[in-house]
Design a protein around this ligand. Sequence first.
Ligand code: SF4
Length: 451
Amino acid sequence: MAKTVTDVICPFCGTLCDDLEVQVSDDGTKILEVYNACAIGAEKFLHSQAKDRITRPRMQQEDGSYKEVSYDDAIEYTAQMLANAKKPLMYGWSSTSCEAQSVGHEIAETVGGVVDNTATVCHGSSLIAIQDVGIPSCTLGEIKNRADVVIFWGCNPSHAHPRHLSRYSIFPRGFFTGKGHKGRKMIVVDPRNTDTMKMADMGLQLEQGRDYELLSALRVAFRGEDLPDVVAGIPKERIFEAAEVMKNARFGVIFFGMGVTQTLGKNHNIDEAIMVTKDLNEFTKFSIIAMRGHYNVTGSGAVLGWQFGFPFATDLSRGFARYNPGETTSNDLLRRGEVDAVFVLGSDPGAHFPISSVRKIARLPSVAVDPHITPTTEISKLHVPVAFVGVEVGGCCYRMDNVPIESRKVVEPPEGMMTDAEFLTRVRDRVGELKAKAPVGSPSTAQVQGA
Ligand code: SF4
């Protein structure tokens, strides 16, 4: 007889929905149905059941084919590669638990590596801005219960965070928002007429890369001063209209995405968006929240923060933590040829980095730890498959509003398969042994390539 696991969190996007119900077979090995998840969330669970799933580590051969190796061999190769590298890059961390992240960071500290996460190509600029000017923020629960003006700027949750609108921001009825979406005003700012914009009460289709100008114009409009006839492609009447809606909110929020963080202006756009929020607090209550992508990228920044004081791009190669985005960020290190080994866990730089960086990774000793076959696993010397966090093993994850939520295990992983925390712990212990006995000037990574 099938049984149902309730209050399951979805380990896909930063919305981290925690109301899923998963029907599993009586022996706890098969997922039969996933309820309450969106299509991409359900697919994450069902994909773990794929018949052609890789269940043992694979080492790339000279001719590009793969040979299955044991977990013991994979641990030895990874430990040797990291211990012998002068400055390994340890990248990813956004699709795993905080427990695994903290073990990975211990390894980086021991080997003098650089720890970077996916914020480096997404919300890193938001983190820089928050360090510059602070952030007036709140939880998604407060949005559900209080917000009557909701702005989506440079993001398209209808596609990227499909249940955000129904669980928190637009449709739900909360304590002070009993009319649901009928009591909320939705403003969308984007150069494209996205599916989210099509649902908005007010859509501001600005010119590409002109976010900073429009944000500045709003600040002028809040003070009732005059504007040029058109700013960033938006007539000034529309800007004054939007400014009035924002000022008259009872409780408002700006959700912003990569349309603002990775376009012209980058962290300065976010500085200005935060200043817009700060200005609005002279009239009413307003908050701002980053729409984080990977389900635990927020946790990666939090764990790095409490271990080393910085949220990404943390260079430990000098024996202490250094952080200088633009210098210690993954693509800058790869571009300058400054790293001599690459370890990737819980992300896919092969799909998201510029091709010049991907080529560099392909030429270096490399290990990819991932339950899936991805572009990164296909260019790495060693691919280590692991159990799915949030499906086959639990662990702590942080929602996009910095709320930690414990993910649940719903089924057993395939027999003999390690979790990423187990794999990292074994690598950490082996690296500790190697470092304890390594003489000064130990062999280079080139010497372990054939290990
Ligand atoms: S919105 Fe995100 S967290 Fe929620 S079910 Fe969909 S993919 Fe999962």
